[in-house]
Design a protein around this ligand. Structure first.
Ligand code: SF4
Length: 412
């Protein structure tokens, strides 16, 4: 890169984001210290609505894994998990998280936690991958607390009634066990209200992401990856709804005033796969420097559960959590990607092949070629990982990205 610096326009909402996330962690640490509320651990695309509706504070280990990656601490902890028998080839959220736990450290100590909040129950959904079950089992055994799971079939092509009914029934089956731990009865009206709030939050989040259809885009993927925090951990609460109203207002103002995320948007890219959490900021600067905005991504779109419907909370939860991109067949994924390419006026695609997350690496079974044959949008594949920076060659990737951008520019 030359010396010229092209700054990414900073979102003012980041202050409200910080406050929203700090307050979330305060509620969790208060529950952990005082026991005023029970704590459930949940996977990032697990049944958060059900848990919030039953009065739990909800903690998400994947969010902790992302924090370890973003704070560049994962490499310090992964070897400890490996020494305890966890392969370096499995999910590096898992190995970073368990390694940190074994070292009795967490970035949450800055938020007043002594350790990660002790769970009263753990609840997972295998819609994203099966590794979450093994991950949660470690903690269930360690803390000697119950663990519940929704087991979703992978590679769903068509959302058939038998799949939806089966998953809706699994959601319902969680209730009696949750009641025992929550020491309160399930209240259908509260569940409806939580599903309503989750739907509202998801629609706002979708609108936030859709502002990037505008040319030039008011937001880029690297910002979205930070601002998605509330929809991941507070889905189903008023807190997430309030935050996304603030963010959406700022982005709409930007569009009105022709303020773009990067100073001189010439190219628009799509990012498929996980973020490289430890390189978020430098990646953001790299693309801005080359007048390129990464306007959309598979990852951030994954938290748009707009099929949730309070009229039928169990069935609509089953639909929403089975419709998720990661759980679909390659044909279904290709349909989603084709539409996104058109909607966001994409010039090129970057596939991040994350070493330790096969489920979020969509370039392993020819999807990238099939999509390219259909829509002729050029693509680049880079190798890396979400948390384990040892899997990522920065020099090689920068050269590849810069060359790709040059090639795309000549097509314009
Ligand atoms: S989907 Fe990937 S990143 Fe997420 S828990 Fe599973 S292996 Fe880890």
């Amino acid at each position: 890169m030359s010396e010229e610096i092209k700054e990414v326009a900073k979102l003012q909402s980041v202050n409200a984001l910080r406050k929203t996330m700090d307050e979330y962690f305060l509620r969790l640490s208060t529950a952990a210290e005082t026991g005023n509320k029970k704590i459930a651990w949940c996977t990032s695309v697990g049944p958060a609505e059900l848990l919030y509706s039953m009065g739990f504070e909800v903690y998400f280990p994947e969010n902790h894994g992302a924090m370890l990656g973003a704070s560049k601490l994962a490499d310090k902890y992964i070897p400890t998990a490996v020494a305890h028998g966890y392969s370096p080839d499995i999910c590096s959220y898992l190995t970073a998280d368990i390694g940190a736990f074994l070292q009795n450290e967490t970035p949450l100590q800055k938020n007043g936690f002594k350790s990660v909040p002790k769970p009263d129950i753990l609840v997972y959904n295998t819609n994203q991958c099966h590794e979450v079950g093994d991950w949660f089992m470690y903690y269930a055994k360690h803390f000697n607390v119950p663990i519940l799971g929704v087991n979703t079939p992978l590679w769903i092509n068509e959302l058939t009634p038998s799949i939806i009914n089966g998953i809706a029934n699994q959601f319902k089956d969680l209730v009696p066990e949750l009641e025992k731990v929550a020491i309160q009865k399930f209240d259908l009206e509260k569940f409806r209200e939580t599903v309503h709030l989750s739907h509202e939050g998801c629609v706002l989040w979708r609108k936030v992401l859709e502002t990037a259809k505008h040319k030039p885009s008011p937001i880029n993927f690297f910002d979205s990856a930070i601002h998605m925090g509330p929809i991941v951990v507070m889905r189903g609460t008023q807190y997430a709804v309030d935050y996304y109203k603030i963010l959406l207002t700022e982005l709409e103002e930007r569009i009105k005033n022709n303020i773009s995320s990067i100073p001189n948007e010439k190219l628009r890219l799509y990012w498929d796969g996980m973020p490289l959490w430890y390189k978020l900021s430098s990646m953001s600067k790299l693309f801005a420097h080359h007048d390129t905005c990464v306007v959309a991504s598979t990852y951030c779109n994954s938290w748009v559960f707009d099929d949730l419907d309070p009229k039928d909370p169990f069935e609509s939860s089953a639909i929403a959590y089975c419709k998720l991109f990661i759980v679909r067949s390659d044909d279904a994924k290709q349909n989603v990607l084709e539409k996104l390419m058109t909607d966001f006026s994409i010039d090129g695609i970057i596939y991040h092949d994350a070493k330790t997350c096969a489920r979020n690496s969509n370039n392993r079974f020819g999807l990238q070629n099939r999509l390219n044959e259909k829509n002729k949008i050029p693509y680049l594949e880079i190798n890396g990982d979400l948390c384990d920076s040892r899997c990522y060659s920065e020099e090689q990737s920068i050269i590849a990205i810069e060359t790709f951008i040059k090639q795309l520019s000549t097509r314009k």
